[in-house]
Write a protein that binds this ligand. Structure first.
Ligand SMILES: *Cc1c(COP(=O)(O)O)cnc(C)c1O
Length: 441
């Protein structure tokens, strides 16, 4: 069965009677007029379709915990949606913990990840009521034990391991290969477990965690990942007489940015994981109480788009034609960070014929500030509304104030209604943290 991550557009996308693109029953040109541009638009139905697909696809596993990887896109409203959908949150900084907590999220359903959690971060996580920490390295084991001891608590952990699995995705978003900054190498887990047994009395090791990368299109890597985890759990049982009962398989399912991308469905991933668990729990004689998965991009990526207003353009003699949008790398770092590609449409003339090869540039002072390179589009005029699809994941969350450009607003659309979930930043907020020392007065 097909799932929403296999489409470029949000599931409610239509061309309305005015000939404009409409998402969640809202005309994009009207949203641009009402809220200004650039604007992130999130389609609630698409988010819901993805969370429902995950729940449905894994329904034979009552012990599965779905954790939304909040770093993909996090605001208080998104935390509320995840709570409503029965998802937990995978958090990776004190700021994300703060956001979840202040949205009223049940902190028992969150997990703390990351490769350099400080003592202060760990104390804060405990104070906020988090009950599961994925420990990445020896330094964190020591700091977490100290933090838990100071709170008179025993804290449940998973050990993040590096499974040694290479997936075919951009080098910057591979995480499970052996030369990775994340997790314990499998040659280091014995030492970690010995330390936990002998010294770290405030730590309770419950299982293993791995995350092999992001924007993954292959099933086999998940199958292999399950084997690596089960094999290691069996080895730990034989060697240390400890029975681990939880595994976390991470996230990574890919989405469709352009026609070239062929992501697999949530059902494909679920079948692969289910099959692998069946096979390897027999082979290694391991039974589990809990399996976590942590999808980020695939939950929110397709649901979000960005709309911009077209401004200046430049025809390089005998070269490219550039059209500039009123945003760029400050609201979407992905093209300049890892040559990400997008599908672009003109929201006020989606049916016009593609007659020009253009490059959509941002407005920032960097030549690398390009949103989409060499794509075929209808002729773009100033004030046309440029729509970049699939910007929902790692767009706003990687945004910056480069060039002191204000961060855009975000709206959630559903059934003809639009609601602000992030207010557009103001000039006052931009300068809020600035301070002029007395001696400069
Ligand atoms: C980023 C991350 C995820 C989510 O990855 P996606 O590709 O967005 O699904 C899950 N788990 C961990 C540990 C991560 O770092």
């Amino acid at each position: 069965m097909k799932t929403a991550n296999q489409d470029i557009r949000p599931i409610t996308t239509k061309i309305n009677e005015k000939g404009n693109i409409e998402i969640g029953g809202c005309d994009l040109t009207e949203l641009a007029a009402k809220y200004g541009t650039p604007l992130y638009v999130f389609d609630e139905e698409t988010i819901k379709s993805m969370t429902s697909s995950y729940k449905d696809a894994f329904k034979q596993y009552p012990n599965i915990s779905m954790m939304f990887a909040a770093k993909a896109f996090m605001t208080k409203a998104i935390c509320r949606i995840m709570a409503r959908e029965g998802f937990g949150l995978d958090l990776c900084s004190a700021g994300e913990i703060y956001t979840a907590k202040s949205s009223g999220f049940d902190m028992k359903k969150t997990l703390f990840n990351g490769n350099n959690k400080s003592y202060e971060d760990l104390v804060y996580a405990l104070e906020c009521g988090m009950e599961t920490i994925s420990v990445d390295n020896f330094y964190e084991l020591e700091e977490l034990n100290r933090a838990a001891k100071s709170k008179n608590k025993t804290i449940k952990i998973l050990l993040r391991i590096t499974p040694g699995i290479e997936c075919h995705t951009h080098e910057y978003i591979q995480t499970g290969h052996l030369d990775s900054k994340f997790g314990f190498d499998l040659t280091q887990t014995d030492e970690a477990i010995q330390l936990i047994k002998s010294t770290y009395k405030n730590i309770n090791l419950a299982g293993l965690h791995a995350h092999i990368g992001s924007q993954i299109f292959e099933k086999q890597v998940y199958y292999d990942e399950v084997e690596v985890l089960f094999k290691e759990i069996k080895r730990i049982k034989d060697r240390h007489n400890i029975e681990l009962t939880e595994i976390n398989l991470g996230g990574g399912l890919g989405i469709k940015y352009t026609e070239k991308d062929k992501p697999i469905s949530v059902y494909d991933i679920a079948d692969t994981i289910t099959k692998a668990i069946e096979v390897y729990s027999k082979e290694y004689n391991v039974s589990l109480n809990k399996i976590y998965i942590e999808p980020g991009r695939s939950i929110i990526g397709t649901a979000g788009i960005t709309i911009y207003k077209a401004g200046s353009s430049k025809q390089v003699p005998k070269g490219r034609k550039y059209v500039a949008a009123d945003g760029g790398m400050s609201d979407n770092a992905r093209p300049s960070l890892y040559q990400a590609e997008y599908t672009v449409e003109i929201a006020n003339k989606p049916k016009a014929e593609n007659t020009e090869k253009v490059t959509i540039a941002g407005k920032h002072c960097e030549s690398g500030d390009i949103l989409a390179k060499d794509i075929m589009l209808p002729k773009i005029e100033p004030n046309d509304i440029i729509c970049l699809h699939t910007t929902g994941a790692y767009g706003y969350s990687m945004s910056s104030n480069y060039n002191r450009v204000l961060k855009p607003a975000a709206v959630l659309v559903n059934n003809g209604k639009s609601d602000i979930i992030i207010n557009r930043q103001t000039f006052e907020q931009l300068c809020e943290s600035d301070n002029i020392p007395d001696r400069l007065n």
